[in-house]
Design a protein around this ligand. Structure first.
Ligand code: PAF
Length: 292
């Protein structure tokens, strides 16, 4: 649905205070404007920009949050080195439809003494949930807090973090949060590598080998279409990743909603992959066509 924007200002307004953000969004909605929300951790790339552009097509106003959320990083993960680039981020979304950039300080999101966490089970249990204990609790907690500060009509998430989209949708459903969740396609580099803020960590050789994640997904799709059994496809993916020097965390074909082994005959499945190149950990996925 194309929307006509009354406000054509290119520069988004930067807001740090959650109460002010809340007031501005409610005021816009009170004027009958549909508000979209794109939650991010900054270091914005073309994938994020595509979310903002989609939101701007479907909404009158768009809020983009930039907050590197400490609670979703485990000990020894990359919280301290995660790229922070507010000025470049503002430039990346200027003129793309962002009305506000919400960039709160950590203690506005987690007030001193904050003792509340949201824990999602179900889709959060396997894969990233197993390998990164506490990660999805950190994601769910911050997303809920951000939804309270930015009471938008619809929030936009990238399909690259497929499991995260399931966790957020489950939380929204279980808590009855009044926001629609839109999942948007993964944006890729010309050689297939999924856009990610963490790609900036990749050195020349690792960057070249990082295409193995997408290649393994393409191999999986071909084998899936040919009717090969799931275990054989998973083995093919693992072999390909290992042959390109990727340390495999998982390579799996599962039901795209439950993340459990696909039912027989398989309905809607997804191929998920995660692996490490040096100190950089990458994930990717591909929705598979229905077969059975
Ligand atoms: O996908 C991300 O960038 C983050 O996990 C999110 C949803 C902004 C929560 O911090």
């Amino acid at each position: 649905m194309a929307r006509v924007r009354a406000d054509t200002a290119d520069e988004p307004t930067i807001v740090a205070d959650p109460d002010r953000m809340h007031r501005d969004v409610l005021a816009a909605r009170g004027r009958g404007r549909r508000v979209g929300f794109v939650p991010t951790m900054g270091a914005l790339h073309a994938g994020h920009v595509s979310l903002v552009e989609r939101a701007a097509t479907e909404c009158d106003d768009v809020a983009v949050s930039i907050f590197v959320n400490p609670t979703q990083f485990g000990p020894g993960e990359d919280f301290t080195r995660y790229p922070r680039s507010l000025e470049a981020d503002v430039a990346a979304v200027a003129g793309r439809g962002a009305t506000w950039i919400f960039a709160p300080h950590a203690d506005a999101i987690y007030p001193p003494g904050c003792a509340t966490r949201i824990v999602v089970d179900g889709p959060a249990r396997r894969f990233e949930g197993e390998l990164r204990p506490g990660h999805f609790s950190g994601v769910a907690t911050v997303v809920c807090r951000l939804f309270l500060a930015v009471p938008a009509d619809v929030a936009y998430f990238g399909a690259k973090d497929w499991q995260q989209t399931l966790v957020v949708k489950r939380m929204v459903r279980d808590l009855g949060l009044p926001v629609e969740i839109a999942v948007c396609p993964t944006i890729r580099e010309p050689d297939g590598l999924a856009m990610s803020s963490r790609n900036a960590y990749l050195s020349g050789d690792d960057r070249t080998r990082a295409t193995a994640l997408h290649e393994s997904l393409v191999l999986a799709e071909r084998a899936w279409r040919a009717g090969e059994p799931v275990t054989a496809i998973e083995q093919t993916m693992r072999k390909h990743l290992a042959s390109r020097g990727v340390a495999v965390d998982y390579a799996a074909i599962v039901d795209r909603e439950s993340l459990e082994p696909p039912s027989k005959p398989p309905a809607d499945a997804v191929a998920l992959v995660a692996g490490r190149l040096g100190s950089t950990r990458l994930i990717d996925n591909l929705l598979l066509p229905r077969r059975g």
